[in-house]
Write a protein that binds this ligand. Structure first.
Ligand code: PLP
Length: 412
């Protein structure tokens, strides 16, 4: 075991930035309840509103009251889907259909499955081998007067593949302006440009999210801690609040605000956005260096999502002739933290629903990895991770029942 970890699992969570930790420390001492009516609490409430305004500005939201603080992206997604559907149904009981993709995070997938069970039809849109959304199926699924909600992720957490939200949201609004369009931007806020106030002039106008009504993300993916998230709800959007209780968050999310973490999230967002272009280019160059190294030195690997636009920090690799868990364990033993695309459920490995939807060949489904970088990743770390990966794959393949070591090829 090494004494220093190389952390390449930033799509799972990120380290808290030192500046963010410092901000949080300051607000832990300001313990007041921002709903109370004495001066220090009122002052804290004003600071909370400043943080709200800062987050709104960072995302290009027109009004700061469009920002609702939540506990995480999962909560934001639940609130958006359930709250959006309830409000749509109230206005028109015939509007009960939902559109989403087959490759969403479980925080959307499972909510949609539950709603489907409860009798609300869901149109599940597939992807092609590159991970790109099936546009024809999407357009066919948009039904004027019937579709209540569309929920699409901005980028996939496993592959980094980016969906063309600018185009998907425009098509929805052109079909029926009453369709509510929600985006799960958990993997893209502070990684890709997002401007909620800009209507796209063309489909190539990246980040112009003016047709988007709701957007979710979590603090812990942007160097703030776990336990805080955001739901953006554009003014005028049909939305019935989901958490019921007190009147916090202007009556749209009950529960005393987690002020220190909210202040931390606002700080993290401003830090990330201040250097977005520069850090994105650096991270992408490191990701591409790792990818090129793997492709050059490890035979029989496939980079999933490579033929689609991807987030700069994500690299999803499928390895033929090697068991995923064995690679993961050896990488970890050598001090490198990466994620497997397969979820281990009750002792049996289930292939990733994302890669299954992309029709990744059977032989590559179990040996699947995600490397995800951050602005703290260094070139030395990437070079060391590559060396470890090359050695680990060679070691595992020597004894793998799926690999013919003499021939140097997978056993089909
Ligand atoms: N949506 C996406 C795309 C994600 O990647 C994640 C977490 O990985 C979530 C939602 C859920 O985030 P949280 O666990 O912070 O609620």
């Amino acid at each position: 075991m090494t004494d220093k970890w190389i952390y390449l699992d930033n799509n799972a969570t990120t380290m808290v930035a030192p500046e963010v930790a410092e901000t949080i420390r300051v607000y832990l001492d300001k313990f007041w309840n921002p709903s109370s009516m004495y001066e220090p609490a009122l002052a804290l409430a004003r600071e909370l509103d400043d943080a709200r305004a800062s987050v709104a500005r960072s995302l290009g939201a027109v009004h700061s009251d469009e920002i609702i603080f939540t506990s995480c992206a999962t909560e934001s997604n639940n609130a958006a889907l359930v709250g959006g559907l309830r409000a749509a149904l109230k206005a028109d009981p015939k509007r009960r259909r939902i559109i989403t993709s087959r490759v969403e995070h479980p925080a959307i997938l499972e909510v949609c499955r539950r709603l489907e069970k409860d009798g609300y039809p869901v149109d599940w849109i597939g992807v092609d081998r590159a991970g790109k959304i099936d546009l024809r199926a999407y357009v066919q699924a948009l039904r004027p007067g019937e579709t209540a909600l569309v929920s699409m992720m901005h980028a996939n957490n496993e592959t980094g593949v980016i969906f063309p939200i600018e185009k998907l949201s425009r098509l929805a609004k052109q079909t029926d302006p009453k369709i509510t369009f929600h985006v799960d931007a958990t993997q893209t806020v502070a990684k890709l440009p997002i401007n909620l106030g800009a209507v796209p002039k063309s489909d190539a106008d990246r980040g112009a999210f003016g047709y988007v009504d709701m957007l979710s993300f979590s603090g812990h993916k942007i160097h703030a801690p776990k336990g805080v998230g955001v739901l953006y709800v554009k003014r005028g959007t049909a939305f019935e609040h989901f958490m019921i209780g007190g009147h916090q968050e202007k009556g749209r999310r009950a529960g005393t605000e987690n002020v220190p973490y909210i202040m931390g999230l606002a700080k993290a967002l401003s830090l990330d956005l201040a250097t977005l272009a520069e850090s994105s280019a650096r991270i992408e160059a490191l990701r591409d260096r790792l990818q090129a190294g793997i492709e050059a030195r490890v035979p029989y690997v496939v980079v999933n999502g490579k033929d689609a636009p991807r987030t700069p920090n994500t690299l999803n690799v499928a390895v033929y002739g090697a068991e995923g868990e064995a690679i993961l364990a050896l990488m970890s033993a050598n001090g490198v933290c990466v994620s497997s695309g397969s979820a281990c459920t009750s002792g049996s490995l289930e292939p990733s629903h994302v890669l299954t939807a992309m029709k990744v060949p059977e032989g590559a489904l179990q040996g699947n990895f995600r490397f995800s970088l951050s602005r703290y990743t260094t070139e030395e770390e990437i070079d060391r991770a590559l060396e470890v990966f090359v050695d680990v794959v060679a070691t595992i393949r020597k004894t793998s029942s799926k690999w013919d070591d003499a021939k140097g090829e997978p056993i089909s």
